[in-house]
Design a protein around this ligand. Structure first.
Ligand code: AP5
Length: 220
């Protein structure tokens, strides 16, 4: 198992980049946020536990995330390549990932830090719209669908996430600074961190990451 991590504040564009890269590379997109939202929708025990944390913009406890990630990876094969979006989010989760990688004799190839300013985050998240049916992500002005409120890919209805209000987004930014930004120093000290200017348009962001992945590939 080989993997990369997309690290960055809420709204940095991790999910958008991951969805596009999953079509262009062999990396499978694993988003703990998407897994949790599905659990909430299905009303599972994990969903019931996670719901209030997510609505407030707080982190779901590490033990819940550990269980979800272990289950997701156990369902895959030894040769799978994963692109983690929104995981790990705490040093404890980073330790968990290290131990899973070592159990599977895998490798963490690189950690892409999508750097974005707070103003850009607020405008991106308050304007984000997501397809109810296939999960495709749009933005009302930056990346609009062809027909307002309708998904280009599947015709599904677009909705606004309940945690995309300005108050909750501001709390998510505080939570990121307090609990997730420690990971930047952690991965930098392991010489795995690649910084990407994520204020720029998505095509440029993706081009930069793909160039790094090609470099990595050529060195393997
Ligand atoms: P999660 O779903 O992971 O949310 P997040 O990290 O807050 O990230 P977002 O999905 O909001 O942003 P993104 O970076 O993916 O941006 P996107 O590509 O959509 O987590 C939600 C909640 O679940 C958490 O708050 C927590 O409660 C819980 N959770 C999840 N994982 C957890 C974990 N590991 N541990 C504990 N709790 C966990 O883009 C945003 C918008 O900008 C879109 O509208 C998009 O169209 C637009 N856009 C994207 N890129 C660009 C660009 N380059 N230029 C212009 N517009 C762009």
């Amino acid at each position: 198992m080989k993997c990369i991590i997309l690290l960055g504040a809420p709204g940095a564009g991790k999910g958008t980049v991951a969805a596009d890269l999953a079509e262009q590379t062999q990396f499978l997109h694993v988003s703990t946020g998407d897994i949790l939202r599905e659990a909430v929708k299905q009303g599972t025990a994990v969903g019931l536990e996670a719901k209030s944390y997510m609505e407030a913009g707080d982190l779901v406890p590490d033990e819940v995330i550990a269980k979800l990630v272990r289950e997701r990876l156990a369902a895959g094969g030894a040769d799978d390549r994963y692109m983690f979006d929104g995981f790990p989010r705490t040093l404890k989760q980073a330790e968990l990932l290290d131990s899973v990688i070592s159990d599977m004799e895998g490798e963490l190839l690189s950690v892409f830090l999508l750097e974005v300013t707070d103003d850009v985050v607020i405008s991106r998240l308050t304007g984000r719209r997501v397809c109810k049916k296939c999960g495709a992500v749009y933005h009302v002005t930056n990346i609009p669908p062809k027909v307002e409120g309708v998904c280009d890919k599947c015709g599904g209805e677009l909705y606004q996430r309940t945690d995309d209000t300005e108050t909750t987004v501001r709390n998510r930014l505080d939570v990121y600074s307090a609990q997730t930004s420690d990971l930047i120093g952690h991965y930098d000290s392991l010489k795995l961190l690649e910084k990407v200017d994520a204020d720029q348009g998505k095509d440029l962001v993706e081009r930069e990451i793909i160039r790094c992945l090609e470099d990595l590939e050529s060195r393997q």
